[in-house]
Every structure is written in structure tokens, then in C-alpha cells.
Design a protein around this ligand. Sequence first.
Ligand code: NAP
Length: 282
Amino acid sequence: MFTTAKTKLFGVFGYPVGHTMSPKLHSMISEKANKDIAYLAFEASPDDFGRKFEAAKELGASGLNITVPHKIRVMDYLDEIDSAAERIGAVNTVLEKDGKWYGFNTDGIGFLKGLEMNRISPEGKNILILGAGGGARAVAYALAEGGAESFSIEARTQEKADSIGKMIEKYTESRYCGLPRDNDAFDIIVNTTPLGMHPHEDKNPMEDFSRVTSDTVCCDLIYSPWETLFLQAAKKRGAKVLNGFAMLVFQGIFAFEHFMGEKLPDSFFSEIYDSFMNEFRK
Ligand code: NAP
């Protein structure tokens, strides 16, 4: 596809952004959706973020994805923040409309869509989340909105876990149970820590897998390596496992829907998932 005088500019801001998959993903989505856009990666260190973000606005960018480490900071540069993103406390998608900049978070709904595609519903489920950072907040909120019964959170910083618990109990019907206890059973366990990913490939975020059975669903937000030690150990116990690849693809498609201001057909999600998987495996 050629760019034209009408091509709209989109991109991703992060630090570093050398390995981001977003330009490839959004190029694939826009081509399939037949939209005249260009999507670039912009590297901005924490010191440079404000200046570069304002510069992108000045240059007429229509929308941007925001990744590590700017998902919280970007909220200071927006006119309005969607209520879910406000509760999660992080924004990964921003766009311009009528001169105002709006912020959204598509990480959680991207994760949820991945579960849905695998015919897993959070409704009535007891959840254990490992880690309590931005990804954990987004995933916990989406699962709670999806009807999860209860949450336990195991994290090295207890205040962050409790803060997620408070947010869930304030805005949703789900219950927060604090740290997991020995005899607690969980339907869904989600690793949201970077343990299992470079440079922590040899680390497992959970030591005791005795609570994992063939009825448990174990998810990792990591997709490279494709199967972390956590997922390998869960699989050995007969659990159904799901890595972070679906979340990556679907948060991107939901961001694209925000950018375009239109819903894409449901078939689009599985088609892009399959095409991007082929691209990823090359
Ligand atoms: P984050 O906000 O930095 O949170 C990371 C969490 O892991 C925090 O709770 C942190 O604890 C904990 N942690 C970090 N290092 C640890 C260690 N050595 N031992 C134990 N706990 C540790 O990061 P994030 O944005 O949530 O991302 C977390 C993971 O999810 C990353 O692997 C990221 O690539 C992945 N992710 C994937 C997608 C996707 O689309 N698939 C989307 C978002 C994120 P403290 O708070 O105490 O530091």
C-alpha cells in the first residue's frame, strides 16, 4: 500500500521499542481493514517522553499506542481518560478527536478476548494472579468485569496487590481474598510477572504446583518464550495453558477499533490472530 497526502499517522511510544511487534501488527490490521494509515515506532526515554509526545501531537498524529514505561505517565498529557483505564491506572491507547486527546486501556479486554477464543469464561471463577503491576491491574479488572467470583494475589509488593484488591471491590462485584492460602483452589491462575522471560527464562513465578489440576487454566502474559517454565510445569499437571500471544494481538485490534472509531467483525479477530501467528513464527 502507498502512503498518500491523506495517510493518517499512528505509532507506538516506548523505551526501548526496538523489539515492538506493534508496527507489524497494525500494518497487518490496517491492510486487512483497508485503511490508509502509517504506523511507526517512536523511542522516548522517560526524560524525553513529554517533549516527544507533544511533538507527535503537533505533527498531527491521529493516535498512538503507549507501552513500557510510559503507560502511567501519559495520563498527564490527555484531556479525558476512559473510566476503565482510570480504574486500571494505566493507558495503552490514545487518540485525537475534535482537538482533544483521549486515553483507553485495551490490555485487559485483549486478555479476556484470548480466553473467550479458547472458550474460557471468567464468570463465577476463583482467580489467582501472580504479580501486581500494570498488566495485573488490567487483567484483574477485565476478569472482574467479566464476572469472576474472587481474586487472590501473590506479589512481592503487598501494597500493590492490596491496591488492586481495593479497586476490584470498589468497582466490581468480585471479592478480594488477599494472599492465597494452602488449601485454596483456583480455576484460573495468571502470571503477570516478567519471571520466565529474558533475562529470567530460568525462573518460575510459582513454586508449588500441587493446586494445579486438569481443571485449572494457567495463563502467562509472556509469549516469548512461547512456553515459560510456569506454563510447562502447569501443562505437566494436566492444566490447560494459554500464553500472552492472543492478548498481544487482541489488545492491538481493540486499539485499532478505537483509532478508527468503528467495530470490526468478529471473524477479523481470528483471521488476524492466524495471520500474525504465521508472521511471528517466521
Ligand atoms: P510491571 O508493571 O512492571 O509489573 C511487573 C510485576 O512483576 C510487578 O508486580 C513486579 O513487582 C513483579 N516483578 C518484577 N520482577 C520480579 C521478580 N524478579 N520477582 C517477582 N516479581 C517481580 O509490568 P507489566 O506491564 O505488568 O508487565 C508484566 C509482564 O506482562 C511482562 O512480562 C510484559 O511483557 C507482559 N505483558 C504482556 C502483554 C501482552 O500483550 N501479552 C501486555 C502487557 C504486559 P514490583 O511491583 O514489586 O516491582
